[in-house]
Design a protein around this ligand. Structure first.
Ligand code: ZN
Length: 154
């Protein structure tokens, strides 16, 4: 990662962790809630999804933990709100590829936008769990076998 990109990465992470987007809870009919736990870092994320047939009409989160876990959750809600379940699951898979370094190489056209900046966590394997926590909760919420909690320890 070059210097310019590193600075951008840090400013985006800090901005989202200090001013999280779509922060809050959702309750009521059609709302799903999944609690995500990452004991290795102490991160906790609660993801709230409202589905309108197959589309994510509302997506919020609450949580506490390191800047990467909170920023990733904040960016995820912005990216996936309004998507279908299938699109959300696909984007989660692409994002997993980005942070683990096992996915395809991304270019500027990649629909993940600022989320590609989290590519930097590849160098820190413990941080991959932080970056993935909200996404795993989301996958759980919109998957075929919804469960109310998910943990990074298996
Ligand atoms: Zn963390």
């Amino acid at each position: 990662m070059n210097e310019e990109l590193r600075e951008l990465y840090q400013s985006v992470i800090l901005d989202h962790s200090r001013k999280p987007r779509n922060y809050g809870e959702l309750h009521g009919e059609g709302c799903l809630h999944v609690h995500g736990d990452n004991p290795s870092c102490g991160d906790e994320i609660d993801v709230f999804v409202k589905l309108n047939s197959d589309r994510i009409s509302e997506l919020t989160f609450t949580g506490q933990g390191c800047a990467i876990s909170q920023a990733s959750a904040s960016m995820m809600t912005q990216k996936l709100k309004g998507r279908t379940r299938d699109e959300a699951v696909e984007l989660a898979a692409v994002f997993r590829g980005v942070v683990t370094g096992e996915g395809r190489k991304l270019d500027k056209e990649e629909p993940l936008g600022d989320l590609t900046l989290l590519e930097g966590v590849q160098q820190f394997p413990a941080r991959v769990k932080c970056a993935m926590l909200a996404w795993r909760a989301l996958e759980q919420a919109v998957g075929n076998t919804p469960d109310s909690s998910v943990t990074t320890e298996e």
